[in-house]
Design a protein around this ligand. Structure first.
Ligand SMILES: *[C@@H]1O[C@H](CO)[C@@H](O)[C@H](O)[C@H]1NC(C)=O
Ligand SMILES: *[C@@H]1O[C@H](CO)[C@@H](O)[C@H](O)[C@H]1NC(C)=O
Ligand SMILES: *[C@@H]1O[C@H](CO)[C@@H](O)[C@H](O)[C@H]1NC(C)=O
Ligand SMILES: *[C@@H]1O[C@H](CO)[C@@H](O)[C@H](O)[C@H]1NC(C)=O
Length: 258
């Protein structure tokens, strides 16, 4: 007797709960607007690089070598995403005489491809990456970069030049764009004597050959704690990137809401 009571009770409960569930479950299918539209999160690299920077020289090379299509395609169509290191216009001006102009078209394309990794890395990921040694770039083969994380500041070695990440222009999966101090010169090209270099460097260790005197004095200024006008303007710029990034994020937010 008791058993059947319990049986009936539990059955009623089951019925109640399932009908309640059905009531809860049905409305969404009737609602006319399917809210979470599969947002095509398209990042226009040309747009980003036009607004930030100035990165005009790099952008021009991206376009003249058509590498922009490779990068944009990676950003558009892969789960892996992309990480791009972008030197400012000043970094190209600081290159010594036999700069990029002496390269063949193929070499120039390799140099530009060398500035990106076929994977999205947040700044925090570089700590991890510094343990793995040589990291492949879009240029493939011997064109690898090494990363070291020096208490939060990311240093990049190409074997021929050493530089560091100075700010994050954009870092939202799947696209990361970081500003770097110098043009990344691949040892596979610059380690040979293809660009008839003026004097230097039998040993790659001493090789930050891309330094200009200008840059050196700027570096030494920056390393002193004094607040020169240089320091002020660059930190102002970094802040303004932050504002741009926030604006971009806000825009994305609004788009997603729409
Ligand atoms: C990306 O932005 C550039 C510059 O604003 C524009 O010319 C180009 O048409 C855009 N590309 C796409 C696919 O929206
Ligand atoms: C990337 O996606 C945008 C928007 O869907 C499209 O207009 C553009 O042609 C795509 N570019 C590439 C290289 O896939
Ligand atoms: C990064 O660290 C995570 C866990 O700490 C590990 O699973 C992953 O393999 C590491 N990635 C690289 C590239 O070393
Ligand atoms: C990069 O790291 C690998 C492994 O630690 C090392 O063999 C190689 O010499 C390094 N290359 C550069 C350019 O620092």
């Amino acid at each position: 007797m008791k058993f059947s009571m319990i049986f009936i009770l539990s059955n009623t409960l089951l019925l109640l709960s399932s009908s309640a569930f059905a009531k809860i479950a049905s409305p969404p299918s009737l609602s006319p607007t399917p809210a979470p539209a599969p947002a095509p999160d398209f990042v226009n690299l040309t747009d980003l690089l036009t607004v930030a920077g100035p990165f005009h020289t790099f952008l021009n090379y991206l376009e003249s070598t058509k590498v922009i299509d490779t990068f944009q395609n990676q950003a558009n169509n892969t789960e892996e995403g992309i990480t791009i290191f972008v030197p400012k216009d000043k970094a190209f001006q600081a290159l010594k005489k036999p700069s990029l102009s002496k390269l063949t078209d193929d070499q120039l394309k390799q140099v530009i491809l060398f500035h990106a990794l076929p994977h999205f890395y947040s700044l925090a990921d570089f700590k991890n990456l510094s343990q793995t040694g040589s990291t492949p770039t879009f240029a493939g083969g011997d064109y690898t970069l090494n990363f070291t994380d020096d208490s939060g500041s990311v240093h990049i070695s190409s074997g021929w030049s050493i530089t560091k990440v100075t700010s994050a222009v954009h870092a939202t999966d799947p696209v990361a764009i970081y500003q770097v101090d110098k043009v990344l010169l691949p040892e596979a090209i610059f380690g040979t004597d293809i660009p008839p270099a003026p004097a230097p460097a039998p040993t790659p260790d001493i090789a930050p050959a891309a330094d200009s005197p200008n840059e050196k004095s700027a570096d030494s200024k920056a390393s002193s704690p004094s607040s020169s006008s240089h320091d002020g303007s660059s930190s102002y710029k970094i802040i303004s990137y932050g504002i741009w990034a926030n604006l971009a994020l806000a825009t994305v937010g609004v788009l997603v809401l729409l």
